[in-house]
Write a protein that binds this ligand. Structure first.
Ligand code: SF4
Length: 344
């Protein structure tokens, strides 16, 4: 957003954006990173279920009937990648995580519990997402994300749209005082998601966030090294191998992960996986180069914009009070309602 106002990426903190959205007339401003935290807990748990299922029924990737919950598992939060699977690689559908993307997950929860959380029936709640992505609107239009005529997300605007709207209304971030996010889960907190949720904006971020949570669920202790350098940076395909181990575990689990960004790189990676040249357990895919920081809804930017945006993402994670989704206090209420349970 700072780039929309001719400033350097990261030039003003996110609470300024909260103030700008309030100035535009929104009653509540929620942090999408909170929903990214939820996505990670769901996706991490799903990965563990799939790892268990593979032990009972191993099926080589791309050979024969994949059965239920096959491996490797692919991420599902990028609609550009989802469109690619539907049109070009439909056989991969069973391998894609069943988790909704953060914006749809947040919208579904808000509308389901709107009376309790917001004090209004779902029909009276109008939810607009601000996204870096031109495909998120199409995602929100899907019938699967509408129940009894109520959409999970009512409208999507891009970061470029928001910049244009603010300028049109004469609202400049430099004139505003920072405001805290609202949170329907914990009204007295700061409403912010974790640093791991923040990382969703960059290639490798979903993987890094997932590993932090999965490691702790499996081993019962914190990941010794929170920053997974192997999946950081703008390279088209990255990979890492992690060993999950603790004194309480009968035997260690080796987790092989890959991260691909940009559809050309994704196609090459899938071809190698199908040929059996590489094997993974969990694969993160983002259609845009660099991930959402390079999304079609973002300002065009300078030549080195992606590097700068990437650095901002990493700084925001590093300086976050909480860097792990499963330790977020503001999710306690909602966790009691989902199938996810701590330690399961
Ligand atoms: Fe949208 Fe691109 Fe991000 Fe995928 S990587 S969610 S297409 S901005």
């Amino acid at each position: 957003m700072p780039e929309e106002f001719g400033l350097e990426s990261g030039a003003f903190p996110t609470p300024i954006l909260v103030a700008a959205l309030k100035e535009l007339g929104f009653d509540l401003v929620l942090d999408t990173n909170t929903a990214a935290d939820l996505t990670i807990m769901e996706e991490g748990t799903e990965l563990l279920h799939r790892l268990q299922a593979r032990q009972e029924r191993p099926t080589p990737f791309g050979q024969g009937d994949p059965g239920h919950d096959p491996m490797p598992m692919f991420t599902s939060c990028c609609p550009g990648w989802m469109a690619f699977v539907e049109k070009s690689e439909p056989d991969l559908a069973p391998y894609v995580s069943t988790c909704m993307s953060p914006q749809i997950m947040y919208g579904s929860l808000l509308k389901e519990y709107s009376e309790e959380m917001l004090g209004f029936p779902a029909e009276q709640v109008y939810l607009t997402s601000v996204m870096p992505c031109v495909r998120k609107r199409g995602e929100s239009d899907r019938h699967a994300f509408e129940h009894d005529g109520i959409r999970a997300v009512d409208n999507v605007i891009t970061t470029k749209d928001l910049g244009m709207l603010l300028r049109f209304k004469g609202i400049h971030p430099a004139d505003l005082l920072p405001q805290k996010f609202d949170s329907p889960f914990q009204m007295d907190g700061d409403g912010k998601g974790s640093g791991a949720g923040q990382l969703f904006g960059a290639t490798g971020g979903v993987m890094e966030a997932a590993v932090r949570t999965v490691y702790e669920i499996v081993t019962g202790s914190e990941l010794p090294r929170l920053e997974l350098d192997e999946v950081r940076g703008l390279e088209g395909v990255k990979e890492a191998t992690l060993v999950l181990d603790s004194d309480e575990m009968e035997s260690p689990i080796t987790l092989r992960v890959a991260v691909a960004n940009g559809l050309g790189n994704v196609k090459n990676l899938i071809a190698k996986m199908k040929a059996g040249e590489v094997q993974y357990d969990f694969v993160e895919v983002m259609a845009c180069p660099g991930g959402c920081i390079g999304g079609g809804g973002q300002p065009k930017g300078e030549k080195d914009s992606l590097d700068k945006r990437l650095k901002v993402m990493y700084d925001l994670d590093r300086t976050s009070v909480s860097r792990q989704p499963h330790r977020q206090d503001n999710l306690r209420k909602v966790l009691g309602r989902t199938r996810w349970r701590e330690g399961s």
